[in-house]
Design a protein around this ligand. Structure first.
Ligand code: PAN
Ligand code: ZN
Length: 189
């Protein structure tokens, strides 16, 4: 393969090459806590929640997949717009999220119940170690834009998160950002 470059707009998250995917509320009905609010939004104007572009590279070890994500500002019920979130199919594959614009929270969780939440702001690189599911939430008023890079063989497992969700949810309560942790004292695992 020949070396190549891509051009990125830090404000919008647009990338000059790669495959663009979009996620509207109707694509995520089972992901938001407030199913009624999600259904209503989907039936109304079905807003764009996020979009992401991944460079089209062979999904094999040795390559470094990378791409841009833009999560728009907004709420479904009290919950901030967020990505679906996933484990890597190959659990031992980590990832780096580099925030370029906006404000976010990176919610992570392991299958043994361990959880973590990191703040994302321009200039922060967050490391998602192997075995951690990850989801980004936009807690600001403008688009949250980040660059992500992960091993070619990582693959994506959306089913586990779709079925069980994340323990922690990020919500807006009266203008304040709150991380809802159902077991703040730990899961005793
Ligand atoms: C990211 C994500 C991207 C979209 O590139 O794929 O932010 O989020 P979902 O994949 O959860 O819809 C990444 O983590 N890749 O592995
Ligand atoms: Zn990932």
């Amino acid at each position: 393969m020949h070396p190549f470059r891509s051009d990125i707009d830090f404000q919008s998250g647009a990338m000059s090459r790669g495959v663009l995917r979009t996620r509207r509320v109707s694509d995520m009905l089972d992901y938001f806590a407030d199913k009624g609010a999600a259904r209503e939004a989907a039936e109304d104007r079905d807003p764009l929640v996020y979009q992401y572009t991944t460079i089209d590279l062979p999904e094999e070890s040795g390559h470094v997949l990378h791409g841009m994500t833009t999560i728009y500002p907004g709420l479904v019920g009290r919950e901030y717009y967020m990505t679906k979130g996933h484990y890597h199919r190959e659990r031992a594959a980590g990832e780096v999220y580099l925030c370029l614009s906006g404000l976010g929270k990176l919610v992570m969780e392991r299958e043994d119940g361990e959880t973590a939440v990191l703040d994302m702001e321009p200039g922060t690189a967050c490391y998602v170690p192997p075995y951690w599911a990850h989801r980004a939430c936009n807690v600001g008023e403008k688009p949250l834009v980040f660059f992500a890079s992960f091993p070619g063989h990582a693959g994506h497992d959306y089913g586990t998160v779709e079925q069980y969700g994340f323990a922690n949810r990020v919500e807006n309560h009266g203008g304040k950002t709150v991380v809802i942790d159902p077991m703040p004292e730990g899961r005793g695992l």
